[in-house]
Design a protein around this ligand. Structure first.
Ligand code: NAD
Length: 487
């Protein structure tokens, strides 16, 4: 591998156990940190998507009959393969997303490896209802069986980690898959494809590239696909639901977020500033759990705005040395322009104050300055809608109940946090927030053992944890009639 530029590696699809060149349209794969074209990847043709689905369908009977121990061995072997190639995969991830290499290695790759190892263990120790005679003369038992072919459709913000979140539980539960990465970020999963092909029976996992309207909608509308798992935009989720309704597919939707951050007067200000500086801007805010919507109580509000403003203006990006950078660019010029227009519209309102940032970075790459806006009102677009960029708003509140109402007054319901040194208050607020996750004096932390997923328009279904294994399987009741052998 020495001397090979990582993007010269295979960009072949994985279909029915074979690595094959895509026969569809070519997509230019861009490095958003420079704007340069890294390579080109050919989409799957309509026939190749069909072939991938049929291969997954053929492979299902065999894979569904493997034991949890056999599937766990395959997942552990995949985790080892990712670990062995982690430096290379991190380089690809950094190039394809523009994110700092050290963060891709330490965060994304570490998490992806852990997810495969977690599901290898989790599938071997599932629990359920007791078998028994709930009707005299009949023994009932419950099985948990796989669904069949799952189409998994991923976004661009954490490509290898999202692939792990989708592939590991679905395979562990005994399904076969057709996985589609985002058309913007296919490089890391394609580089891993040879190792996946070696470790899984043919057809069990297929990887096809292409856009949402073409390859994506083909997968979603196909009658042989039994479940669609999407991480993406709300509008994409709605389109998938409409299409899936025709064949009554199961759906698993992880959609956007607009995480409220409630900061009480008695919060540890230093911890809040550090937390929001990191987790409001991590991955340039392209994170559905980003700490982007602050509600600050009147007694701490002014100090928070001042200290956070100066902390955010020190976030390092677009530097020549990787280790100096804390965040990367936006994924495309389109995404950067979308962020810029959100901020422009916000600042056209006289009550909103620019504390720091609020401009496109001059220089190469699709960077936007880390931005803090204060004086925002609950009804403002910038408070209500997901920006998916390095933009955090601050809204002042007096009474805690008001902050909880405002936090819940959102179409989103994925993640939230409350910051206070009073545990009674923290637990009281946490119990009232309508979000899939609430952190107390923290934000953003995920672990493989705990469920991640939303309420309301953030979607439904859980990633990570044994809850995800349940989402990728179905409960079945087996009932046996019997006579007393001695009666
Ligand atoms: P997107 O919805 O544009 O694309 C996601 C995936 O869906 C891509 O692979 C795309 O090709 C595919 N797709 C698009 N239209 C489709 C269609 N009609 N049929 C089938 N597939 C289709 O989202 P994105 O821009 O890649 O990602 C950003 C969004 O994802 C944000 O809204 C963000 O909040 C959300 N997100 C959510 C989570 C979560 O855990 N809830 C995690 C990461 C990202």
């Amino acid at each position: 591998m020495a001397g090979t530029h990582p993007t010269q590696l295979l960009t072949h699809l994985l279909i029915d156990g074979e690595l094959v060149a895509g026969l569809g349209r070519e997509e230019a794969i861009i490095n958003p940190a420079t704007g340069e074209v890294l390579t080109r990847v050919a989409d799957a043709s309509t026939e190749q998507v069909e072939h991938a689905i049929q291969a997954a369908q053929r492979a299902f009977a065999g894979w569904a009959r493997t034991t949890p121990q056999q599937r766990a061995s395959a997942l552990l072997s995949i985790a080892d393969a990712i670990e062995a190639q982690a430096d290379l995969l991190a380089r690809l991830e950094a190039l394809n997303c523009g994110k700092p290499l050290y963060l891709a290695r330490q965060d994304d790759l570490t998490a992806a490896i852990d997810v495969f190892r977690f599901f290898a263990g989790a599938v071997r120790c599932q629990t359920g209802q007791l078998a028994g005679e709930y009707l005299p003369g009949y023994t009932s038992m419950v099985r948990r069986d796989p669904l069949g072919v799952v189409a998994s459709i991923a976004p661009w913000n954490y490509p290898i980690m999202m692939a792990a979140w989708k592939i590991a539980p679905a395979l562990a539960a005994g399904n076969t898959l057709v996985f589609k990465p985002s058309e913007h970020t296919p490089l890391s999963i394609l580089a891993l494809a040879p190792a996946l092909a070696e470790r899984l029976p043919r057809g069990v996992l297929n990887i096809v590239c292409g856009g949402g309207e073409g390859v994506g909608s083909h997968l979603v509308s196909h009658p042989a696909v039994r479940m669609v798992s999407l991480t993406g935009d709300i509008v994409t989720g709605q389109k998938i639901l409409q299409s899936a309704a025709k064949t009554l597919k199961r759906t698993h939707l992880e959609l956007g977020g607009k995480a409220p951050v409630i900061v009480c007067n008695d919060a540890d200000l230093k911890a809040v500033v550090e937390g929001v500086r990191t987790y409001g801007y991590y991955n340039a805010g392209q994170d559905c759990t980003a700490a982007c919507r602050i509600y600050a109580q009147a007694g701490i509000h002014d100090r928070l705005v001042a200290e956070l403003g100066s902390a955010v203006s020190s976030v390092r990006f677009a530097g020549k040395r990787d280790a100096d950078n804390e965040i990367g660019p936006l994924i495309t010029t389109r995404q950067r322009d979308r962020v810029a227009s959100f901020v422009e519209r916000a600042l056209s309102q006289p009550h909103i104050e620019r504390v720091t940032g609020a401009a496109v970075h001059s220089g190469p790459g699709f960077y936007y300055q880390p931005t803090l806006l204060a004086g925002c009102k609950q009804t403002d677009e910038i408070v209500q809608r997901e920006v998916f960029g390095p933009v955090v708003t601050v809204t002042r509140f007096d009474e805690l109940s008001q902050a909880v109402d405002w936090a819940n007054d959102s179409e989103y319901g994925l993640a939230s946090s409350v910051w206070t040194q009073n545990l009674d208050k923290a637990l009281h607020v946490a119990a009232r927030l309508q979000y899939g996750c609430t952190w107390i004096n923290s934000h953003f932390m995920l672990v493989s053992e705990m469920p991640h997923g939303g309420l309301k328009r953030s979607g439904y279904g859980k990633d990570l944890s044994s809850d995800s294994l349940q989402d990728y399987s179905v409960v079945r009741h087996i009932m046996a009639r019997h006579r007393e052998p001695w009666g």
